[in-house]
Design a protein around this ligand. Structure first.
Ligand SMILES: [Zn+2]
Length: 172
């Protein structure tokens, strides 16, 4: 495995762990976290989402924030590419819901970014644990995610793997 690939995979693990851990901290149920590549997507964190747009934005931004905070890529690169991926598109839709003018959208977005950075920093030790577990296991079903979160041994899965409606491998 070459270094560039390894760094990219580590950055993805921190990205997905960021989404999942902050979703959990905001009271959402996490169903699956994966760094298994599927089509154009390098990973995903599947959880239910809070009704509140601001909390939704924190979860969306926790991914890219944890990605650059991991040190595996720069903050500049992460924000430059954000708008080309689904996180950026979802964030744009949230901003459309809560703000009307460009100035208002910019101010709201800046505030959400600052809030997300504080949340990710606060829960960094947990994000780090989950990212390391992801690098080792590549996908964590709910029960495994919660074990990683608590620093427990990751239980093996007794449930068969399958493919969900979006074509993702899952294991619960
Ligand atoms: Zn993401």
């Amino acid at each position: 495995m070459n270094t560039r690939y390894r760094r990219r995979r580590a950055a993805t693990a921190y990205h997905e762990a960021g989404h999942a851990v902050i979703a959990h901290m905001l009271g959402c149920q996490v169903m699956l976290v994966s760094i298994v590549r599927q089509g154009n997507t390098r990973g995903r964190a599947h959880s239910d989402s809070p009704g509140d747009p601001e909390q939704n934005a924190w979860i969306l931004l926790a991914g890219p924030t944890a990605q650059w905070m991991s040190g595996y890529c720069t903050r500049r690169v992460v924000w430059r590419y954000l708008w080309r991926v689904s996180d950026g598109q979802d964030l744009g839709e949230l901003l459309d819901r809560v703000a009307t003018s460009d100035a208002e959208k910019w101010a709201t977005c800046s505030k959400w970014v600052t809030d997300a950075e504080k949340l990710v920093k606060k829960h960094w030790h947990v994000i780090d644990r989950v990212a390391r577990a992801l690098l080792e296991h590549r996908r964590l079903a709910a029960v495994q995610f919660y074990a990683a979160l608590n620093g427990d041994a990751i239980p093996p899965l007794s449930i068969p793997r399958g493919i969900d409606e979006e074509g993702w491998l899952f294991s619960e």
